[in-house]
Write a protein that binds this ligand. Structure first.
Ligand code: FAD
Ligand code: FES
Length: 256
C-alpha cells in the first residue's frame, strides 16, 4: 500500500497549555508504525503552509494513531483548530526506528520537551523495565508524566525553573546517574529525543561513560523522503538525511 493516504481525525484535544493530542484513523492495510518513526501531515488544503509537517508516532490505539504536538507556528496553529471528521493527507510511517536493546541491557530513555512523543512508544514497550529521564521548561510542559511514571521502573524529572523535579537540564540528571558507582554501567543503552543541544550533551555523557546511545534528531523537514536534502546532518560517513537514514542515529555517528 502507498505511504500516501487520507486519515480522518477522531479526536484533537488539548492535553496541556499549547499541546494537543491528535487521534487519526488510518486506512486498513497501512503499514504499522514502529517506535521512532514519524508521519508527515498536510495541515492545509491550500498553499499556506505549503509543506507537510513532521510528527512522531506517539501511540497506536484501537481508535487509531495518536500524535502529540506542541503548537509552535502556522502549521500547528491550523492543526489545533481541526475538528473530528476532518480529513488530512498523510505520508508515512517514515524513517527508521529505535533498535531493540540486547536482552541483558537496561533501557535508559531520555526525553526533552516534546521529545516525549517520540520515546513514549519505547516507554510502553519496555513497561516496568526502563529508567526514564524527562526534562521540560516548567512543570506545565511535562506531558504524560503520570503515565510515564506508572510505566517506568524509575522516573527522573527536571525542569529549567525547578518547578518540578531537579532544577536544570535532564542531561545533568543523566550524568549524575551514570556517575553514581551503583549505576548499571555498562549494562544499559540510552534512547533520547529532544532539542539538538540536549542530544549533543547526551552523546558526550554516553561517550564519557562508555554507554551506547541512540538519538532521534528532529531537524526541519520539507519532503520527508530523502529528496530535498533539507534535513541533512553531518555524520562520520559523510552526510545523512534525517528523514530517510534517521531520524534515529547512534550518537557516535553524528558529527556534533
Ligand atoms: C522527525 C520529526 C518528528 C517530530 N515530531 C514531533 C512531535 O511528535 N510533536 C511535535 O510537536 N513536534 C514534532 N516535530 C516538530 C514539528 O515538525 C514542528 O514543530 C512543526 O513542523 C512546526 O510547524 P509549524 O508550522 O507549527 O511551525 P513553523 O511556523 O514552521 O515554525 C515555528 C517555529 O518552530 C521552529 N521549528 C519548526 N520545526 C522545527 C523542528 N523540527 N525543530 C526545531 N524547531 C522547529 C521554527 O524554526 C520556528 O521558530 C518533529 C519534527 C521532526 C523532524
Ligand atoms: S526532508 Fe527532504 S531530504 Fe529530508
Amino acid at each position: 500500500m502507498s505511504r500516501f493516504f487520507n486519515a480522518t481525525i477522531q479526536e484533537n484535544v488539548p492535553v496541556h497549555a499549547n499541546h494537543n493530542l491528535l487521534t487519526l484513523s488510518i486506512p486498513e492495510g497501512a503499514p504499522a508504525p514502529l517506535p521512532g518513526q514519524f508521519f508527515m501531515l498536510q495541515v492545509s488544503r491550500g498553499s499556506d503552509p505549503l509543506l507537510k509537517r513532521a510528527f512522531s508516532i506517539f501511540r497506536t490505539t484501537q481508535q487509531g494513531v495518536q500524535l502529540l504536538y506542541r503548537i509552535r507556528g502556522r502549521g500547528t496553529e491550523i492543526l489545533r483548530t481541526m475538528k473530528e471528521g476532518a480529513v488530512l493527507e498523510m505520508l508515512g510511517p517514515l524513517g527508521n526506528c529505535y533498535p531493540n536493546p540486547p536482552r541483558d541491557k537496561m533501557p535508559l530513555i531520555l526525553a526533552g520537551g516534546i521529545g516525549i512523543a517520540s520515546v513514549f512508544p519505547l516507554i510502553e514497550k519496555f513497561a516496568g523495565r526502563s529508567i526514564v529521564f524527562y526534562g521540560a521548561r516548567t512543570k506545565d510542559d511535562l506531558l504524560m508524566k503520570d503515565k510515564a511514571e506508572k510505566l517506568s521502573k524509575k522516573l527522573f524529572i527536571s525542569t529549567d525553573d525547578g518547578s518540578a523535579g531537579s532544577r536544570g537540564t535532564i542531561a545533568a540528571v543523566l550524568s549524575s546517574f551514570l556517575a553514581d558507582p551503583h549505576s548499571p554501567i555498562p549494562d544499559c543503552h540510552i534512547y533520547a529525543c529532544g532539542p539538538h543541544p540536549l542530544l549533543r550533551a547526551v552523546s558526550e555523557i554516553a561517550e564519557r561513560h562508555g554507554v551506547t546511545a541512540y538519538v532521534s534528531m528532529e531537524e526541519h523537514m520539507a519532503c520527508g523522503i530523502g529528496a530535498c536534502l533539507g534535513c541533512v546532518v553531518k555524520t562520520r560517513s559523510g552526510y545523512s538525511s534525517v528523514c530517510k537514514e534517521g531520524p534515529v542515529f547512534k550518537s557516535t555517528e553524528i558529527v556534533w
